[in-house]
Structures are given as C-alpha cells and as structure tokens.
Design a protein around this ligand. Structure first.
Ligand code: BEZ
Ligand code: FE
Length: 293
C-alpha cells in the first residue's frame, strides 16, 4: 500500500467500511470521518491541541452521572441540540406539505431538568406558591388546522424566582406538574414568572464557555411538553418577553414565535375568577400540534 498523503486518510478510513451491512450507519460514519479530517486539516491541529481535546472530552465524561449530563450540555452550548431539534421539526413538518397555512408551534431544547412523573393536577391549580410572582398561564391546544386537541397532556416545569430547579436543590418536586386540556383544548394553571439563570458552569463546558468569552445564561422561560394521541410530541418553552439574554441564550433555544408578553396586573380578580391580594402576571399562548403521519 502506498504511503498516504494528508488529504488521503479520510477516504482510506471510509474505504475500510466495505463490509458494513448497515447503510445508514455507514452514511453517518463516512460523513463524520470526512468532516472530522477536514476540520483537523483546516486548523492544522497540533498533537498538543489534540491531546487537550481528548482530555477535555475525558473530563466531560467524568462529569456525567444520573443527575448531570455534561455531554448534552456540550451539545446544547455548541448549538448542536437546537440544530437536531430544528432538523427533526422540519422532518415532521413534511407531513404538512400541501397545507401551506398550517404552521406548527416551534420546538426547542428539552434541557436536563425534565423529571418524569410530576403530579397530575386539575386545570387552574397553582404550582408556584412560595416560589415567585404569581402568573396565570392559559391558552388553547389545537392541531395545525385549528381543531381543538382535547385531553392533551401538558407537562410544565421551570426554575424558581432565583433560577433554581427543584432537582438542583434536593429530591422534592416543585414548580412542575402535568395538566390535561379540556374538551375545547383549553389549558390554564398558575405558576411563577420565571427568571433568567445560568446553565451549570462548574465543569469542563463552563471552562470552555469562559475561554470562548461567552456567558452561561438562559433567558427566563417556562418549559412545556405536549403529548396527545394522534399528534407529534411537542417539546418547547414560553420565553418571557422582558427577560435579559433573549438575544444571547447560552443554548441558542430562543425562537421569536415563542416570546410572550407577561403583562402585570394590580391585585384583583384574574381572568379565571381567582381573586389575588397581590399583583400578578398573565401569559397567554396557543399551541398548534402536527397530526401524526
Ligand atoms: C434548561 O432550559 O433547563 C436547560 C437547557 C439546556 C441546558 C441547561 C438547561
Ligand atoms: Fe430551563
């Protein structure tokens, strides 16, 4: 075999997959090798830099356990998680080809703080008492054609007024619940107006961001996951319109269509009939789900 030139190694690796039986795996690995080699050649990577990269990935793995996933944080902060979300949503939206007016609600990252098995509560329940400023979330879930989606499961979760999730504080759930839409697809619940907060910065990804000259913050948001039979699952957020960092979310998750006004109201009767003795906020958002293919 002739000695390989710098530009030949990638193709040599790809050529070794002649016996590979899995066509999709072969496609993915071929592209990975092709672009990884092109990257090393483009930056003319030195052995010291390659070793620093390997050490960084090793530390990233060591920082992972059942509560912390530093590799997902790496993917999030490099914009890869949002790219995968956007590709997935574009694939799902192909089911809507030929129905140009039917735009689904945009998806965004799930993040590490989803905790399955949150309490199932009645519409209108308050999950925010003692954790921040009261906020009524309400709206309607329809399909992209405007038909109401009754019985849609709506998982909601957020950090507290200081930006901390329950999981970061201990083993007790709070500021999370599961609701079900009514016959007309309506939902409503009380929680808090979420504040901005930093993604975990005490690991290798935090050091990487610091060296990149980047901050750790995400703008205030309420997480929502919608599951309804006959519809594609939607994982998204509602972003608080007056929050800092909407233009520089550390994980690139902001979509303009997800930014919502949180008007402040004086004490009194809220739209759901509840009487509050303190000022409160409202956040109105209607969701549109893609019917399953
Ligand atoms: C979150 O919004 O909960 C989140 C998303 C990505 C990384 C860290 C946190
Ligand atoms: Fe979050």
């Amino acid at each position: 075999m002739a000695a390989l030139e710098v530009s030949d190694f990638a193709q040599a690796v790809i050529d070794r997959m002649g016996e590979c039986q899995d066509a999709r795996f072969k496609q993915v690995m071929s592209a990975l090798v092709k672009y990884a080699h092109a990257f090393m050649r483009e930056v003319d990577l030195t052995p010291e830099e390659w070793m620093a990269g390997i050490q960084f990935l090793t530390e990233t793995g060591k920082k992972c356990d059942d509560k912390r996933q530093e590799f997902i944080l790496l993917s999030d902060t490099l914009g890869i998680s949002m790219l995968i979300v956007a590709l997935d949503q574009a694939r799902g939206a192909k089911a809507l080809a030929g129905r140009p007016g039917e735009k689904p609600t945009e998806a965004t990252v799930q993040g590490p703080f989803f905790w399955p098995g949150a309490p199932q509560l009645e519409l209108g329940a308050d999950i925010g008492q003692g954790y921040g400023e009261p906020t009524l979330y309400y709206g309607r879930v329809t399909d992209t054609g405007g038909r109401p989606v009754a019985g849609c499961e709506l998982d909601v979760w957020s950090g507290d007024e200081h930006g901390f999730y329950d999981m970061q504080k201990g083993n007790e759930m709070h500021l999370r619940a599961q609701f079900r839409t009514d016959q007309d697809g309506n939902y409503r619940f009380w929680s808090i107006k979420p504040t901005f907060y930093p993604v975990p910065g005490d690991g290798p990804v935090g050091r990487m961001l610091d060296k990149m000259g980047r901050h750790l913050n995400r703008p205030g948001h309420m997480h929502m996951m919608l599951n309804a039979p006959g519809h594609e699952r939607l994982i998204t957020h509602i972003f608080v319109k007056d929050s800092p960092y909407l233009d520089s979310d550390a994980v690139f998750g902001v979509r303009n269509s997800l930014i919502v006004d949180f008007p402040r109201h004086p004490p009194g009767r809220a739209p759901d009939g509840r009487v509050l003795e303190q000022p409160y906020y409202t956040a109105h958002y209607d969701f549109r789900l893609v019917p399953s293919a």
